[in-house]
Design a binder for this molecule. Structure first.
Ligand code: SAM
Length: 276
């Protein structure tokens, strides 16, 4: 039995999903007929409800993926498939402390917060007050308490050196905050950038050469969904196309003297590289 304040996901006969926060006296309207929140509470997760027009809706427990895709948005969210990969690349574990910017709608904050658990902490910077409010409301409404939101530009944030176990940046111009973010990261740990355009990746990788950062990988996470309803079985005709690139770096000890020189030499393009 569900109660007032719980979240529920209703799924209609065509697989369309609707997110509900249950409340006494609430009603969900749909073109296949309405249902009361009391009906949904009584059905429970995994059950079904019959609408006023005699159709059935599934009552499911929303996953974090459902929630971030259906919650209210300010800024565009980090897509869940990418957020999951960011958690992997950052090598997060329970109890760790992560630095994030910008908070946007709070979607990536929720994935990071889950990975570090209640003993860990996400510190999330956002320079726009309206987005910060949206992110905070989304995170609180999901019942998560280990995200500390900060209003301000990450480039100007008063961050203690080597305080964070990981850094995740989803913002337009990461090269402007890279020095501050790298300084705050523990040596040997991971920093990931989330960037929709390859031109941004190139600019960020160039900027990272000025920092103690080793480029590990640039990758895309591609999911290809299939429509399997025997005897129908083929890829969906419409797919989520490109979302963003992930650029993964590890913080290294600063190179000194000759080593820095050699490294710089290796980073220059080879003669003839790129020529026909
Ligand atoms: C695409 S949104 C982030 C979405 C977020 N990852 C999510 O999943 O909801 C980018 C955000 O970065 C913020 N931003 C851009 N530059 C920033 C900076 N230097 N410091 C703090 N926030 C910044 C923008 O205001 C915007 O809200």
């Amino acid at each position: 039995m569900l109660k007032s304040g719980d979240w529920a996901l209703l799924v209609d006969p065509k697989g369309r999903r609707y997110l509900l926060r249950l409340k006494e006296g609430g009603r969900f309207g749909h073109h296949v007929g309405g249902v009361t929140h009391e009906q949904v509470m009584a059905a429970g997760y995994g059950g079904r409800v019959r609408t006023s027009k005699d159709a059935w809706l599934w009552v499911l427990r929303p996953s974090l993926e459902d929630y971030v895709l259906l919650m209210k948005r300010g800024a565009t969210v980090t897509y869940p498939k990418d957020a999951a990969a960011i958690v992997l690349l950052l090598d997060l574990a329970p109890g760790e402390r992560v630095l994030e910017a910008g908070s946007g709608s709070g979607a990536l904050s929720l994935f990071l917060a889950r990975a570090v658990g209640p003993e860990g902490e996400v510190v999330s910077y956002e320079r726009r007050a309206d987005f910060l409010t949206r992110a905070r409301e989304n995170v609180e409404a999901w019942g998560v308490q280990n995200v500390t939101f900060q209003h301000g530009d990450l480039a100007e944030a008063p961050l203690e050196p080597e305080r964070f176990d990981a850094v995740a940046l989803d913002l337009m111009e990461p090269w402007k905050v890279l020095s501050a973010a790298t300084r705050a990261l523990k040596t040997g740990r991971q920093l990931v950038l989330y960037l929709p355009n390859i031109t941004q990746v190139v600019q960020a990788v160039s900027a990272a050469r000025e920092e103690p950062l080793l480029l590990r990988r640039v990758l895309e996470v591609n999911h290809r969904e299939w429509d399997v309803r025997p005897p129908v079985a083929h890829p969906h005709f419409r797919q989520v196309g490109h979302t963003a690139f992930l650029a993964h770096f590890t913080k290294i000890q600063p190179l000194r003297g000759e080593a820095a020189h050699e490294e710089q030499g290796q980073r220059e393009p080879e003669r003839g590289e790129g020529e026909d």
